[in-house]
Design a protein around this ligand. Structure first.
Ligand SMILES: C[S@@+](CC[C@H](N)C(=O)[O-])C[C@H]1O[C@@H](n2cnc3c(N)ncnc32)[C@H](O)[C@@H]1O
Length: 293
């Protein structure tokens, strides 16, 4: 697919399926799925990455299927918190891109819905973008992963999100948990160093990893979450307050503002990663892994 058409496709995907990642990240998800075979996604949301995976599979011409899991009870859009409404919306999104025949949507977590996966095939691509518990989902599938299974893990960042909820604050450590667990997995040689594009990791399971999840490493990652610091400033607090109030009175307007903000943010990221790429390909470039963050 030509670069321009590709950018347009992934920008449209973000707008139509409430995609939360950058267009370049969806493009990379699409490319990863071209490996074909059994593709598993944990954390469907509105199906943006599901569509990217299914389109990659379709355009590869290879056989395969995408299995996606999400309990559909939380997530980005309060108005779509009932599982029935969410599934209807996801199915409409799949139909819009003509990939419904390639996807099975399971409204549960991976462990409870595991029986939908045909057990005569191994998993060739695994995408984790749920609640940060990448240890749980990897452990559930570790006996079924193909050697060198392609891995995509989103929200790898040493950050927490702090959100005021009435008189209390909600501290969301999903990203930091993923980051801590991910570091253990790469340090112990279970996952390749791979590449990180914004906050999303693309790499592989190391072929000779017998058991991916080590209990001591996992517990250590959770222990490190016990004492943590998070900083916030007045501007961030004002932003959270306005978003919270806006969500109550004009949720669609807030969703539009969020999309606008993301578009600007991703445009800046794309420009800086183009600059990095240009520097690396120039004669004096540093070479090595490209990191856009
Ligand atoms: C960040 S969103 C996923 C975004 C999506 N991959 C995309 O690109 O548009 C996280 C999703 O994970 C789901 N989720 C939360 N806990 C989960 C679990 N244990 N298993 C599967 N999905 C879960 C939430 O309902 C939410 O829809």
């Amino acid at each position: 697919m030509l670069e321009g058409a590709r950018n347009e496709l992934f920008s449209e995907l973000i707008a139509t399926c409430d995609g939360m990642l950058a267009p370049a990240v969806y493009a990379r998800i699409y490319e990863t799925a071209q490996r074909g075979g059994q593709i598993v996604e944990v954390g469907t949301a509105m199906g943006a990455a599901t569509v990217a995976l299914a389109l990659g599979l379709r355009h590869s011409g290879k056989s395969g299927h995408v299995f996606t899991f999400d309990p559909m009870t939380g997530g980005p859009r309060r108005s779509l918190n009932s599982p029935g409404k969410r599934i209807a919306r996801i199915e409409a999104n799949l139909a819009r891109y003509g990939v419904q025949d390639l996807v099975t949507v399971t409204p549960s977590d991976l462990r409870s819905g595991l029986s939908v996966l045909p057990d005569d095939q191994t998993v060739s691509v695994l995408m984790l973008d749920a609640d940060g518990r990448i240890d749980r989902d990897l452990e559930t599938l570790e006996q079924r992963l193909a050697p060198g299974c392609s891995m995509i893990i989103d929200d790898i960042a040493d950050q927490v999100r702090v959100k005021r909820q009435g008189a209390t604050y909600r501290i969301d450590s999903k990203m930091r948990l993923s980051w801590l667990l991910f570091n253990k997995l790469t340090e112990s040689g279970k996952l390749s160093a791979g590449q990180q594009l914004v906050d999303t990791y693309f790499g592989e399971v190391i072929a000779d990893a017998n058991s991916i999840i080590d209990r001591d490493d996992t517990l250590e990652a959770y222990r490190q979450l016990v004492f943590q610091t998070a900083s916030t400033n007045r501007l961030q607090r004002l932003r959270s307050y306005l978003l919270e109030q806006g969500q109550e009175v004009a949720p669609d307007f807030v969703a539009k503002c969020r999309r606008f903000y993301r578009r600007i943010k991703y445009r800046r990221l794309a420009a800086s990663s183009e600059m990095n790429a240009a520097e690396e390909s120039s004669p004096g470039g540093s070479g090595g892994e490209q990191v856009a963050a």
